[in-house]
Ligand binder design. Structure first.
Ligand code: FHN
Length: 480
């Protein structure tokens, strides 16, 4: 394996526990009656919550966009490849604040087209987009009066891509959300700075210009910018996606952000604000939880290669087959898939990413009924099993996924997504509903497949060949 690949994997593994550790922490925290500011999740009824989350639960598939100044160095600094994920280059190469800020003068992504990016998401079958409005480098990808280090004031581009995306998303019928790094900010005095793999301060600073008071940073930059994001884009953002909370984010400070968000009652926000707030969604990063999060909304976010922000030499792209199997696996466990693209410094989406998204969209166009708004599997063992001998990094039994098939459901239908095509018949030992008809979703004639149901056991006679080499969907019409 090439060194760069090994380093990239090491960096991802190092970054991943950050999210996992936070998930575990937030999962243990009581839902916050003790919070200085109760959040919407604390006060709404179950019916209100279902209504607020309805579009998101229906969506199942969204586009994550990591785009910022880091797309200029694209993984290389001072002629050297910098290990780890591209958007962390300032931190990993200990780039002085002034040198990093100077990149803004070169940022002129005239190849950016909000129309094309929204159309790409749409043709992929994605229903929402979440874009980095400010990543840990502190550079705002929007028109901010609160801080001049932003794409409108500090670059020759002078355009606000978030506004353009909001207009296009509205036109093309997608939702738009904003990722905002509320805690880490490597170019603002007082913003937190973590070393990759460290989960909590002591804050790692490599430049005196970073020294300062966290609460002051929050009051002068993060909270004013969040206000701008929440009020300047009409009905968007539909989602605020926080990241990497540290213990600097006390319940009182987080409460100030919650008070702002409470003024936007349709907003959905994730579990990474900090201060003990659970938010709406669990956010497993770069992995799919073995059994989902029963009782919680959740979204696996993943890269297509080994970086979120563009790196010119990271070509380790997952296959369309892997990406589709991931989407189906996630849907079968009741979650959403937030799949990342990293546009380059011209604003252009790398071709391997666009190609894979279009291929996924072709599958979804035919088979989307088995994904959007569906419920999780009624079975379970098809996803894999826990090893009796091997342990994962937290010492728990390791989950060994199986990749032969998955299942999703509706009140009157069971979908079987077959990855491995069985010879002759597909057998299910225990179907908890009566099956009245079976057909292949990709067969527009819905030709009935021969069925034998004896007690709970079901055999479905299949044609000799699958209709799709990646996943062919069998639809079972059911009564209770
Ligand atoms: O540090 C970030 C990373 O750069 C990326 O934005 C991911 C996406 O979920 N979140 C953090 C690591 O958990």
């Amino acid at each position: 394996m090439k060194l760069t690949r090994l380093l990239a994997i090491a960096a991802l593994l190092a970054a991943a526990p950050l999210a996992h550790a936070q998930l575990e922490t937030s999962a243990r925290l009581p839902v916050s009656n003790s919070h200085p500011v109760p959040s919407i999740q604390d006060t709404e009824t179950a019916a209100q919550r279902d209504a607020r989350m309805a579009w998101w639960r229906e969506a199942r598939f969204g586009m994550f966009i990591h785009w910022g100044l880091y797309s200029i160095p694209a993984g290389t600094w001072d002629g050297k490849p910098i290990p780890s994920i591209g958007e962390w280059i300032m931190n990993n190469a200990s780039i002085p604040v002034a040198d990093y800020k100077a990149l803004a003068g070169q940022f002129n992504p005239t190849g950016f087209s909000a129309h094309d990016i929204v159309a790409l998401a749409k043709s992929a079958g994605m229903k929402y987009i979440v874009i980095t409005s400010k990543h840990h480098d502190g550079f705002a990808m929007f028109d901010s009066k609160a801080d001049p280090f932003n794409i409108v004031a500090a670059t020759p581009f002078h355009r606000d891509p978030l506004r353009e995306l909001a207009d296009e998303a509205r036109k093309q019928g997608l939702k738009l959300g904003f990722y905002y790094s509320q805690d880490q900010d490597w170019t603002a005095p007082g913003g937190a700075a973590l070393k990759t793999g460290d989960h909590q301060p002591p804050t790692y600073h490599w430049d005196k210009a970073q020294d300062g008071d966290f609460a002051a940073y929050l009051h002068t930059k993060a909270i004013p910018q969040l206000k701008e994001l929440l009020t300047n884009y009409g009905d968007f953002p539909a989602v605020i996606w926080f990241d990497t909370p540290t213990k600097d984010m006390t319940p009182a400070l987080a409460g100030e952000i919650v008070a702002l968000m409470n003024q936007h009652p349709n907003l959905i926000w994730n579990n990474r604000l900090g201060g003990g707030y659970n938010g709406d969604t669990e956010t497993p990063e770069q992995y799919i939880p073995p059994q989902g999060y029963p009782g919680r909304d959740w979204e696996s976010c993943m890269t297509m290669n080994d970086t979120w922000g563009f790196k010119s030499y990271d070509t380790n792209f997952k296959s369309t087959e892997t990406l589709l199997h991931n989407l189906i696996d996630i849907a079968s466990k009741g979650g959403n898939y937030l799949l990342n693209i990293g546009p380059d410094s011209h604003g252009v989406v790398p071709a391997p990413e666009a190609e894979r998204l279009q291929a996924m969209g072709r599958w979804l166009k035919i088979n989307g009924e088995a994904i959007y708004g569906t419920g999780p599997t009624l079975f379970g063992p098809e996803a894999g099993s826990f090893s009796a001998t091997e342990k994962d990094r937290s010492g728990k039994p390791r989950f060994i996924p199986a990749w032969d098939w998955r299942s999703t459901t509706r009140a009157d239908k069971i979908y079987l997504e077959l990855f491995t095509w069985p010879a002759g018949a597909f057998h299910l030992a225990n179907v908890p509903r009566k099956v009245t008809k079976a057909y292949l979703l990709a067969d527009s004639a819905h030709t009935p497949l021969k069925l034998t149901q004896t007690g709970g056991a079901l055999d479905i006679q299949l044609p000799a060949k699958p209709l799709d080499p990646i996943a062919t969907v069998v639809v079972l019409e059911t009564t209770k």
